[in-house]
Design a protein around this ligand. Sequence first.
Ligand SMILES: Cc1ncc(COP(=O)(O)O)c(C=O)c1O
Length: 383
Amino acid sequence: MFDFDELVPRNTPEDIKYEKLEGINDLIPMWVADMDFRCPEEVSNALAEQSRRGIFGYSEADKTYDDAVVNWFKKRYNWDVDPKTCLKLPSVILALSLSIRALTKPDDSILIMEPLYGAISRTVKMTGRRLVVSELELKGSRYEIVFDDMEKKIRENNVRMFVLCNPHNPAGRVWSRDELTRMGDICLRNNVLIVSDEIHADFIFSGHEHIPIASLSNEINKITVTCTSPTKTFNLAGIQAANIFVADDSMRRKIDLLSVATGAFGLNVMGIVATRAAYTYGEEWVNELITYLEGNATLVRSRLEGTKLKMIDIEGTYLIWIDASKVTDEDPTAFFLKNAHVRFSEGLFFGKSGEHFFRMNIACPRSMLNEALDRILEVPGVR
Ligand SMILES: Cc1ncc(COP(=O)(O)O)c(C=O)c1O
């Protein structure tokens, strides 16, 4: 049994989530996507051991690292990955940026589905590519893909790359085999490459299954860059490590060459040590964590029921997307920061359709979640 109820102090000056805001002494931060839980003990022990040795020289992931990674994907998703196809990079967003620049041309169009984690659209735009958005459709409290619109936008804009997010942040969807197959087929039919951001893949709630899109078929595998990372799963975001699988040799070589040209490649020694320990020893911890997060999601659902805040269904991730349009015309994040001293992620960061929404990070001890809910439910207009 792991103690996810423990309130772990996070008051170091470099901690982004707990950044002090002027005039607020009792802030509850539920915004940036890291967790308030300690990582598995085996991971901190491995890091401590490395640290005690006092050697932090140039390092490279070896076979023990590859074995830990390969076993994780096999065990969790029955996905066979070949370590030779894996590029080790400091972050998923770097991998996205390199993939865009290596595999598309300036002015090419790239499709995403919004609402979507804003660093993705920002990266597309900052690499000088044209951003094409197919909006997800909210049906009741569940987001769905509009396949006709996806294909129409791809054809009309001569789209060359599709950035998929699975599970989807912030829509909370774990895309089904059928949905993934349809997206994959559209990309194959229209010569569109896929970058699949699967950083949240380990947070899958009961009744759902994570399917790496590259695992669907050989054809889809050959057009896909799959971005994975242990940093969300094990709360290691500050360590920065990602494993990027690219089955096609030519695509992989292009991304690899650009990463070398950029000077941003490989993992730092702590990233190697932490990833290997996490994927080797972390499974039981993750399983219990998911149960705890599901409990938190259930709590939010029951406490928001009958209020004017509308919670969108969550099938995976620890990020809940909430519609506040019946509560305030203001930006809901500013509204709740001012009135409840709870900090959420701004809806507009996820695209225009996020204007009246906010994103709540529920990866925190339940007592903290309850305190935040107490506060927001007391804000006039919410009930
Ligand atoms: C969907 C998604 N992709 C990527 C990232 C960032 O990953 P990295 O820190 O490896 O760039 C996040 C972080 O919240 C995310 O939610």
